[in-house]
Design a protein around this ligand. Structure first.
Ligand SMILES: *Cc1c(COP(=O)(O)O)cnc(C)c1O
Length: 374
């Protein structure tokens, strides 16, 4: 074998782990959410590189099944997405324009969300500069105290319609704080508040629901829904079985295998002390790959139908599994185990790590070999 890698060595064979993104599952989830949302337009939220899955692959796959509206958080994400999706696709920027980026929004045909009176003023100035009417979304704060115009701000706009001159308000939106908890009365309070606030603003379709809100019923669908997480397989709430398809699989390579027993310790701090003889696999995923240290001693991997507990602390580039349950001849160095897969969802990993599926996905590391299937 030569030192320089030959063409027979494809990158997957060198990577510590393979991340497989199932674009057919994403497309299936989009269609499912469209049906669920009834008459409402179903947009697709692809901020944070499509929640870590790769917007350059995910957005075209969504377009293919009919998505025409995309949401991102930052102007730069919008500029990047504009080069990926078709010219006719609408891209909305949740954080809205910044003083030094308003004209870029126009140039790249990005529709901003206006969250403050300052952003309204900035966008109005841009309409004058461009000498044309410009589209925008108005966001109101219906109770989350995060983004959007307050009651006082809405009153200011209602009293002085000149402030919105030149701005075509083609959506009024807000965001639910507790949508993953269907029984929480805050949901209905926020819905009412959005309706009340919108009554003082130019007539436009309304939008309140992200993924979880879609499952709160027709009253929450309004003109447009904005799912992100559900597209990528995250469960909308804990009350019912997850109706969505898992979109990612993470397979970690076994780097080394060894026998340990009573008296031995495993990993940093020697926090895992086996009670009896066991076999330990060191696999090539660590916290530098976005696989949280919180999984240490908590989560598990799967080898086919065999559960493999994560033991000891998660290292930067590796973690340890107790693979005693696998017959020795079956699991060898260079084989792969599933850290996320058919037996272990993104939400399962999140639960072990004390976080949410959103964070597991958006943390997915840059060192994985990525494979896209559809
Ligand atoms: C991120 C985001 C969404 C998508 O939320 P999911 O829970 O991932 O569906 C929708 N709307 C706004 C304003 C957001 O910030």
């Amino acid at each position: 074998m030569t030192i320089l890698s030959g063409p027979h060595l494809w990158p997957a064979s060198r990577a510590g782990a393979t991340l497989t993104v199932d674009l057919a599952a994403v497309a299936h989830n989009y269609r499912f959410l469209c049906r669920k949302a009834g008459e409402a337009v179903c947009a697709a939220v692809v901020k944070a590189d499509a929640y870590g899955l790769g917007a350059d692959k995910v957005a075209p796959a969504l377009e293919k099944v009919g998505a025409r509206e995309f949401f991102v958080a930052h102007v730069d994400e919008g500029i990047a997405l504009r080069k990926i999706v078709s010219e006719s696709a609408r891209i909305t920027v949740l954080h809205g324009p910044r003083p030094d980026a308003a004209s870029e929004c126009v140039y790249f045909n990005l529709r901003p969300v206006l969250n403050t009176l300052e952003q309204v003023e900035l966008w109005k100035k841009e309409t004058i500069r461009q000498q044309e009417v410009l589209d925008a979304v108005l966001q109101v704060d219906s109770g989350m105290s995060r983004f959007g115009l307050s009651w006082q701000d809405v009153q200011v706009l209602a009293d002085d319609p000149e402030r919105l001159k030149g701005i075509q308000t083609n959506l009024i939106m807000s965001h639910l704080a507790c949508a993953d908890d269907p029984k929480n009365p805050a949901n209905e309070m926020q819905r009412q508040k959005l309706l009340e606030m919108a009554a003082y603003l130019p007539a436009a379709p309304l939008s309140l629901s992200a993924s979880s809100g879609i499952f709160l019923g027709a009253a929450y669908h309004m003109g447009l829904v904005r799912p992100g997480a559900a597209l990528y397989g995250i469960a909308p709430n804990a009350d019912e079985a997850n109706p969505l398809r898992q979109a990612v699989r993470l397979q970690a390579r076994v780097l080394q295998l060894r026998h340990v027993g009573p008296g031995d310790g495993v990993g940093y701090g020697l926090t895992y002390r086996p009670q009896g003889p066991c076999r330990i696999a060191t696999v090539a995923v660590g916290y530098a790959d976005g696989f949280s240290r919180q999984n240490g001693g908590a989560g598990c991997a799967w080898f086919g139908d065999i559960r493999l507990p994560i033991v000891g602390r998660v290292s930067m580039d590796s973690l340890a599994l107790d693979v005693s349950a696998v017959p020795e001849a079956l699991l060898q160095v260079d084989m792969h185990v599933d850290l996320i897969g058919a037996r272990r969802s993104v939400d399962d990993v999140a639960a072990s790590a004390g976080t949410i599926g959103y964070e597991v996905l958006t943390s997915l590391g840059g060192r994985y070999y990525r494979e896209y299937i559809d």
